[in-house]
Write a protein that binds this ligand. Structure first.
Ligand code: NAI
Length: 342
């Protein structure tokens, strides 16, 4: 009986899947840095999406094997590999979403800002190519320090005359994923019900979880709030230390980035109920960029959920004021870098 049920279930899944796939698989996604620790599992997760028709993988090394391997999965998207500057423009032609996880990760003892010198140049050169070849694409920046690399990308796109603030996103989904997991564990909640908005930026104290705004509505002691907030802010460092020199979060990051890509694909496909936290150009505070919940539609960011900043707890209000100085500095550092050799 067990076997029969499994077979029927399998058939139903396959039938439903192939029905959906025929209608919907039409979006083209490019991953720049696809052979890396994040890039590989992220490519796999995106290969599983029924909404993707073409998956373009770009890296400066080792990408041919990754693409050959992935291309054997019997999901509809066609996988192609691209390597070296000469192939970058072809990789980016007619792309709907470009995801950028290229760059070096942290080692123990490093802050995300310590990555600036190397990753700023990588993001700059890749975004220049995006501007030239797929100026209408959604751009998802994963490379750290996100608080600076997103402003760099914005400046490069402005210099190229193709900046669309609605389509540039710093990927902060991992902060939400961690917040949901840690809070559900601590309060013994069903994970599926938990949704914690995380605002600010993506480094240390600039990561501000809003436990007062989470779903479901749960009460916390002051100690619990402190403990959870600090753990969410240091989640990345927890992984960096556990990996002891072998890099930073890759699997949970790939999971989080795939969720963000899937949300954007649904938005592009016409779903009018897509909300995610992301680091975007924003008027929600006096800072030019800020992570908050945003509504995403076919044309990108349709609005920010400004009510998240109303009625904050005292702890959150203090956290918000405390993060502004560091975030402002990181944004300005990115802007200055992008404009220094204009
Ligand atoms: P990794 O070193 O394993 O992979 C990076 C990949 O980028 C490598 O395959 C490398 O060949 C490639 N690459 C380097 N320069 C390139 C260029 N010019 N063009 C194309 N590809 C290039 O690093 P990992 O662990 O995948 O991390 C990547 C980035 O993601 C790091 O900057 C890390 O800090 C960041 N990160 C961001 C998170 C977030 O929440 N936004 C979370 C975790 C990591």
């Amino acid at each position: 009986l067990g076997y029969k049920i499994t077979t029927t279930h399998q058939q139903t899944l396959t039938q439903t899947q192939s029905k959906t796939l025929k209608v919907n698989a039409s979006f083209k996604v490019a991953i720049l840095g696809a052979a890396g620790g994040i890039g590989q599992p992220l490519s796999l997760l995106i290969k599983m999406s029924p909404l993707v028709s073409d998956l373009h993988l770009y890296d400066i090394a080792n990408v041919k094997g990754v693409a050959a391997d992935l291309s054997h999965c019997n999901t509809p998207s066609k996988v192609q590999d691209f390597t070296g500057n000469n192939e970058l423009s072809n990789c980016l032609k007619d792309i709907d979403i470009v995801v950028i996880p290229a760059g070096i990760p942290r080692k123990p003892g490093m802050t995300r800002d310590d990555l600036f010198n190397i990753n700023a140049n990588i993001v700059k050169s890749l975004v220049e190519a995006v501007a030239d070849n797929s100026p209408n694409a959604f751009i998802h920046i994963i490379s750290n320090p996100v608080n600076s690399t997103v402003p760099i990308a914005a400046e490069i796109l402005k210099q190229k005359g193709v900046y669309n603030r609605k389509k540039l996103f710093g990927v902060t989904t991992l902060d939400v994923v961690r917040a949901n997991t840690f809070v559900a564990q601590k309060k013994n909640l069903k994970l599926i019900d938990v949704d914690v908005p995380v605002i600010g930026g993506h480094a240390g104290i600039t990561i501000l979880p809003l436990l007062s705004k989470m779903k479901p509505n749960v009460s916390f002691t002051d100690d619990e709030i402190e403990e959870l907030s600090v753990r969410i802010q240091n989640g990345g460092t927890e992984v960096v230390e556990a990996k002891a020199g072998a890099g930073s979060a890759t699997l949970s990051m790939a999971y989080a980035a795939a969720r963000f890509v899937e949300s954007c694909l649904r938005a592009l496909d016409g779903d009018s109920d897509v909300y995610e936290c992301a680091f975007v150009e924003s008027e929600i505070t006096e800072l030019p960029f800020f992570a908050s919940r945003v509504k995403i539609g076919r044309e990108g960011v349709e609005g920010v959920v400004s009510s998240d900043l109303e009625g904050l707890s005292e702890y959150e209000k203090k956290g918000l004021e405390a993060l502004k100085g560091e975030l402002k500095g990181s944004i300005e550092k990115g802007v200055a870098f992008a404009n220094k050799e204009k």
